[in-house]
Design a binder for this molecule. Structure first.
Ligand code: AHR
Length: 578
């Protein structure tokens, strides 16, 4: 039996002998092969330079039969991709690009809020640099105040001139000054142009407490609570676009059974009302129930229970969304490092993150049984990478770096949500600033934008665009035991009719040549941006903020064909001009 060792320019043909098994991936300047049950990746140029070594290695396991030079195209085959713009279907809800800001570590304090007396430039206590950076992301909504924090939060501690000082037992047991409360959060949203997704306290609070908070926020008539809001500086009612009824009520939110949670859910959805006159007929507040936290049977059971209750609901209660939390963590407690890792950890984390596809499909299928019209959205309101805390930081603050790997991870997840756009209509990455997979890191007056930030920025054109199916087979990228799709892609038509294409090249070693055939559009040119960096663990730091930043890229367009080269380990977004 023969086996071949391929590279972009050379093929070595060997006869199988003893333990030798087949070459399992190759291309470009790298060859991947297995020999005596072990897997190897060698830069082919290095192999050629070390010809005697190669010969010895190969002859050790096989008899060399022939070596020949072959055309690069044999290995580095172009990926054929087809897009038919006339097949545009479901809208990609801009709310899948939502953010999450919990009172946790430096997510809110220092990240958003520095107070009006700070030397850091601010507007009414809110950092100007953060606001400018977030405005560029067109953040659709921000989930607040938690997380686990929400189920211990009393809104009254965060209003008025004298704030009640409390503790934050979930996250480091630190002092919670409550200087960032309802008005500051709504001011922050106003400054960045986002909508409010408020999580009310079901775990340790009461329905009345939550009802009064919503009345305080939204009543236009001169009730005592509305007048108190006006006295505290905001005459007009606030808009609250989404209401989370509890957080992880099966865990940190009270360790409830599905039945117990359902009894609470029905009461909260009935009595926690939004009185804002502009949200009565249109733009009604979405009520989001606690949903699953994984893929195991217990989580299917939770989704079944809530959705069955929804199907049999009485007139007096309703929900519009079911939340789902899923972090890319590997295993608990989080132990993967956020910096200083190699290709093995890169490929493992991407493998874990792609489980989101199964998770979404599985829970969507359950929801379809009880809600075939897809009225209830699946709201992935906590997702992202959760790594080991950075050494020297408070472990309760969930501080981690953010690398090129996270940018790729973000793109893959956003693509999954967009592909399931008929059911996934909202998602919130955890968390916006300084916590877990953050958009932005700060250190006093310094601020740095992470690789994940740039993916969110590059994906802005996909907000409210219409999903267009893409067909391709790019093969796999293999590292050790891990096999991953080599490439991922997303296409959409924006509200002006322009086609947008996003590509993720997961392979950290090989570039990918894409040849796209476009139907339903006459293309003239195509250009955009690509995001990559020197290494899979490249990060942006306060001192070197431009290591992983987008750079311009253009594609060759001829008739209905578009040619583009994707750099290894990159995320690329281009628009096609007609
Ligand atoms: O995002 C950090 C925590 O993760 C949230 O507070 C909680 O909901 C989840 O377990």
């Amino acid at each position: 039996m023969l086996f071949t060792l391929n590279s972009g320019s050379r093929t070595t043909v060997c006869k199988r002998k003893g333990e030798l098994s087949a070459v399992w991936a190759s291309g470009g300047s790298f060859a991947k092969y297995s020999l005596l049950g072990r897997r190897f990746t060698r830069r082919f140029t290095a192999l050629r330079q070390k010809a005697p070594f190669v010969r010895r290695a190969l002859l050790f396991g096989c008899t060399l039969i022939a070596e020949a030079t072959i055309a690069p195209a044999v290995v580095a085959q172009k990926v054929q991709l087809s897009v038919d713009v006339s097949k545009a279907s479901v809208k990609i809800d801009r709310n899948i690009f939502g953010q999450f800001a919990e009172h946790l570590g430096h997510g809110v304090y220092e990240g958003i809020w520095v107070g009006p007396d700070s030397t850091i430039p601010n507007t009414r206590g809110i950092r100007n640099d953060i606001v400018a950076a977030l405005r560029a992301l067109k953040v659709p909504n921000v989930r607040w105040p938690g997380g686990c924090f929400a189920d211990e939060y009393h809104w009254r501690t965060g209003i008025g001139a004298q704030r009640v000082v409390t503790l934050n037992p979930n996250w480091g047991g630190v002092i919670e000054p409550n200087t960032f409360g309802t008005h500051e959060f709504m001011d922050f949203l106003d400054q960045i142009g986002a909508e409010a997704y408020i999580s009310v306290n079901v775990g340790s609070g009461t329905p009345r407490e939550a009802a009064e908070w919503l009345e305080y926020l939204t009543a236009a008539q001169p009730t005592t609570l509305a007048k108190e809001r006006a006295a505290n500086g905001h005459q007009a009612p606030y808009r609250v676009s989404s209401l989370g009824i509890g957080n992880e009520s099966w865990g940190c939110g009270g360790n409830m059974t599905p039945d117990y949670y359902l009894s609470q859910l029905k009461i909260y959805t009935r009595f926690v009302r939004n009185f804002n006159p502009s949200q009565q007929d249109k733009q009604q507040m979405l009520k989001i129930a606690v949903g699953p936290g994984g893929s195991e049977t217990e989580w299917a059971y939770w989704t079944e229970a809530v959705m069955r209750a929804y199907q049999n609901r009485q007139w007096s209660w309703d929900i519009n969304g079911l939340s789902m939390h899923s972090y890319t963590v590997g295993h608990w407690p989080p132990s993967f490092a956020s910096v200083g890792f190699g290709e093995t950890e890169y490929s493992k984390i991407l493998k874990f993150t792609l489980e989101m596809e199964d998770l979404v499909s599985k829970h969507s299928a359950i929801m379809d049984k009880y809600d075939p019209q897809k009225k209830v959205a699946l709201v992935v309101d906590e997702w992202g990478a959760w790594y080991a805390p950075l050494p020297g930081t408070n472990p309760g603050f969930l501080v981690q770096q953010n690398s090129l790997r996270d940018a790729i991870l973000a793109a893959l997840n956003l693509n999954i949500f967009a592909h399931h756009g008929d059911r996934v209509r909202m998602a919130n990455i955890a968390q916006m600033i300084n916590v877990l997979q953050a958009m932005i890191l700060t250190d006093k007056e310094k601020m740095v934008l992470t690789p994940t930030y740039y993916v969110f920025k590059m994906y802005v054109p996909f907000q409210e665009a219409t999903f267009v199916p893409v067909a391709f087979d790019a093969g796999t990228y293999v590292h050790g035991e891990i096999s991953l799709p080599r490439m991922d892609a997303l296409a959409a038509k924006d509200t002006a009719g322009k086609l947008w294409l996003a590509f993720t090249n997961l392979d950290p070693n090989q570039s990918i040549e894409v040849e796209a055939s476009l139907a339903g559009i006459i293309a003239r040119s195509a250009a955009g941006e690509t995001l990559t960096g020197p290494k899979v663990d490249s990060v942006n730091t306060f001192d070197a903020a431009k290591t992983v930043v987008p750079k311009p890229i253009s594609a060759k367009v001829e008739g209905r064909k578009l040619d583009l080269t994707l750099e290894p380990k990159s995320v690329t977004v281009i628009s096609v001009e007609q």
